[in-house]
Design a protein around this ligand. Sequence first.
Ligand SMILES: Cc1cc2nc3c(=O)[nH]c(=O)nc-3n(C[C@H](O)[C@H](O)[C@H](O)COP(=O)(O)OP(=O)(O)OC[C@H]3O[C@@H](n4cnc5c(N)ncnc54)[C@H](O)[C@@H]3O)c2cc1C
Length: 320
Amino acid sequence: MTDATAPQRHDWDVIIVGGGAAGLSAALILGRARRRVLVIDAGSPRNATAEHMHGVLGRDETPPGDLLAEGRAELTRYDVSVASGTVASATSFADDVPGFEVLLSSDERYTARRLLVATGLVDELPGIPGLADQWGRGVFMCPYCDGWEQRGRRVAVLGTARPDPYQAQLMRQVAGDVTFLANGATITERVRGELEARDIALEPAEVERVLADETGQLTGIRFADGTEREVDVLFVAPKSVPSDAVLRHLSARTMREQGVSWTLVDDSGQTSVRGLYAAGNVIASKSSVPWAMASGSMAGTAINADLVGEDVRRAVDASG
Ligand SMILES: Cc1cc2nc3c(=O)[nH]c(=O)nc-3n(C[C@H](O)[C@H](O)[C@H](O)COP(=O)(O)OP(=O)(O)OC[C@H]3O[C@@H](n4cnc5c(N)ncnc54)[C@H](O)[C@@H]3O)c2cc1C
């Protein structure tokens, strides 16, 4: 930091917890604003099992790890350090201005003027045997991310706790052979009519297992009544569980939506705790790298604006 009026009592201007698409995008903006930034990343991005990303302009078909590796390489131009590690907890020591200390599971501690949490979420998959092994290969969740590749293939869509055949209708847009697995749930006449009208097969029986051949390729579904159906791919709607332990330690306010508590933020990612920001999938369950990047980028600009405000006040005080 070249500004002599800026406070130096913290290790960093900004600590970013989580180095996925959101965290690294924020780091890029902050690094370019000449902020000293530490990114701490546990190295398990949500799409780690996916071979390729789709729907990311300019990067369609890119392996997700390549994007993050190139992002990290770009950050080396700036005063940004990226460290491997897991943040175990955080404390706020705000007095006249915000300040934070993070504690890593390795027992290292770092302080910063502002804290951005971009720790993503965990997809809790239905506990059907064989399903989790296929995650990101034969089992997907996002028709926009992985739908187009399934045209011409036999697609099944699993109705979860609240059977919602909407995903089956989305997949019918790209694939001709779609089966909706009601998984033992009752289907209303209206829904049944909508499925029939779009030539989507309805399989009422409870799902017992996802089947694979000896190479690990998904081959079909076995039902509790003993019958089987051959399919090439299965779409599911996992439960999104935000990885928000750090935000909880700092008592950021949450709101409950469909049984999940999400941290409340304003348009810039500012939480209810002054100086604490959040971005990416930790604040919403959207399945999109571009959205996560935009969210991180916006938080980065907001944090810099916040720091500039503090720097101006300090400079005025120092000059008076
Ligand atoms: C199978 C699958 C396929 C997908 N395909 C696509 C696709 O084709 N196109 C698309 O646009 N989107 C896709 N997505 C969605 C995409 O992966 C996410 O939207 C995106 O990764 C969210 O970015 P993020 O930075 O918010 O979180 P993440 O990418 O999950 O990054 C969060 C990072 O924070 C780290 N972290 C968590 N807790 C801590 C901690 N306490 N301390 C330090 N670090 C921590 C994690 O290890 C991780 O590295 C897919 C998702 C899945 C599950």
